[in-house]
Design a protein around this ligand. Sequence first.
Ligand code: SF4
Length: 362
Amino acid sequence: MSEKLHITGFSKTELADFAQNIGEPKYRAKQIFKGLHERRLLNFEEMTDLPKAFREKLNETAMASTLKVESRYISTDGTRRFLMKTLDNFPVETVFIPTENRDTICFSSQSGCPLKCDFCLTAKLGLLRNLTAGEIVEQIIIVLNDVYGIGAETPHGTNLVAMGAGEPFLNFDNLIKALDIMSDKEGLFIVPNRVTVSTAGIVPKIYEFAKLEKRPNLAISLSAPNDELRDKLMPINKRWNIEELLRAAKEVEKTLRRGERFTFEYVLLGGVNDSDVHARELANLLNECDLQKVKINLIPHNPAEPLEYRPPQREQITRFKDILEGKGVSAYVRRPRGRDIYAACGQLAAKNSPNLVQILSV
Ligand code: SF4
């Protein structure tokens, strides 16, 4: 690894210390912060408001950018998948999902993932390593610049979802630090209520999350209505079961903002967890768990070879949703995005396929 500091993941305080350490006044920190996060410049040379000698000093001691875009795929539905590499050559995947109202960036918190959710291709990679706060922030800057142009306004605003590769709560500190940096109004200004973090159920971290002063939204991936099935689909359930998970969810529920609802996600796997019986069991579970404002996002499984699961039948998705709603649980079906370029939920496995139309970044 390079000796230079990757300062894109530095807080303003850390930047002030850094400036001082290289013999510069503290106000330089603000200039660098704005250059990196407001103007989204990942090259010190482009920060032409800084004196040339200072830019040279920055180049000698620090890095603005460490991720390299290896490939970039564009789906027929406009979704873009970026496959990047860290300096030490680990894959990082980020997905841009355009929508009518507001665009969404789905970012990764880890390279690979240590959890073994049976329906997810990322699980096959295992954990390669946690991403640093700088690598998390940089994914967002790279995608915004690619889609809108360097530093250009984002016309619809941006939502962020920590639903790419990795279990965000196993990289809690770096994730929270990155989100903090990105919420700064002198930077990207993506505030916590435009961010959703999705967890497979790392219960102690859910309690910690509930205590955050400025917390993002939370989604818990449930994907089974009972422990027996969840143990098989999401082995993390053997460590913290559904009862413990729902107890932790209750803590977060106490802190819900006005209009916010507690979100569960449920990956529908054809013939596995999508029957009428499962739907009724799920509705009863959610009705009995004492959570008041719950909604559930149903995510039809996206085909991901070599996984043998299949997507649910279209009619069964509707039946599943109707049963939930009939029992008073709000349910939404997530439209699959970017399936053709391996960008959809559960498909991220750093695939670089020659069969895909690849468009490299400028
Ligand atoms: S679904 Fe999420 S937590 Fe589970 S293995 Fe895949 S990336 Fe990891």
